[in-house]
Ligand binder design. Sequence first.
Ligand SMILES: Nc1ncnc2c1ncn2[C@@H]1O[C@H](COP(=O)(O)O)[C@@H](OP(=O)(O)O)[C@H]1O
Ligand SMILES: [Mg+2]
Ligand SMILES: [Mg+2]
Ligand SMILES: [Mg+2]
Length: 342
Amino acid sequence: MPYTNERRIAELAIQRACILTERVYNSQVKGTIMKGDKSPVTIADFGAQALIISSVSHAFPEDSIVGEEDSSDLRADKAKRDLVWGLVKDTLDATKDLTSELGDIKDSEEMLAVIDRGTHQGGAVGRIWALDPIDGTKGFLRGDQYAVCLGLIVDGKVQVGALVCPNLPVDPEAPEGEKGILLSAVRGQGATMRPWSTPSAQGTPISMSSVTDFSKARFCEGVEAGHSSHSEQASIAKSLGITAPSIQLDSQAKYASISRGVGEIYLRLPVSLSYEEKIWDHAAGSLIVEEAGGVITDIYGKELDFRQGRTLRANKGIVAAQTALHPAVLKAVKEELKVLEL
Ligand SMILES: Nc1ncnc2c1ncn2[C@@H]1O[C@H](COP(=O)(O)O)[C@@H](OP(=O)(O)O)[C@H]1O
Ligand SMILES: [Mg+2]
Ligand SMILES: [Mg+2]
Ligand SMILES: [Mg+2]
């Protein structure tokens, strides 16, 4: 089956990175830096990027990598760099059994160089990995949801997607039970999910909800009001006859939620038309939703275009839904936007 090894390496790489991210998530020391675009990054974002890029380039040395972060802040701050290297080294030491498959990093200098292997510009040709080492850094800092996300784009089309949501419950009906799920998909081979804590277990197939009655439907949206328009999303839900409160989750946990039937719709209406969604925010989750039987477009009904570089510059916003519901949802979105003359 195509991409079997890519799926395996992607799963192992993000699982290992989550050992590091969960350690920081549960510690007081996050080492948060505000980046130039006023968004936060923590020592966990950097550490996860180093571990995951090291794994991908060990297994597939010819592939290109688009990663959200770069090492400039760490080169400028030795204390932060040492903190990140300490986390990476501890994680590598704790997972020596994976070294043959995932490679190693010998020192902090090499770690910086590995992080910077993610500065590729993306594009329409070749094998390009899209990595979000921590998606939902604001949720991570708030103690809510976040996700570690990795997708493989081949000639502009996502072929492999894998993401871990360490704080989503394994059983949605038992929110106080075990937490941490790993989802993955290969195009044409379906999507599966398994507890993050059982690396070797085979994933179980997942699928979108079968609800087709809007009065029983639920929609997912982000938590951050600065990342999508809650008022427009609420107005669209109302026009569709949705009465249930929205499921608010940070990160690609929203894709994870609808792909296993917890919610039927994901709305991400832009708060500014100049913002360009990043490919790493959507590559893995969009494929998992499609392989779980869902449909995903932008707010104009266009397919997501991963050929444009590091951003989805040919798209605006996200409308993902169970297949039977997507056309009506898109119509309601267009009605709303017409009202707003966007
Ligand atoms: N103005 C904006 N509109 C849409 N998304 C934005 C945004 N500003 C930041 N984001 C993205 O929203 C992502 C989180 O999505 P969500 O709000 O659904 O949890 C962030 O990922 P990171 O946390 O990896 O930086 C960031 O890339
Ligand atoms: Mg970020
Ligand atoms: Mg992100
Ligand atoms: Mg991120």
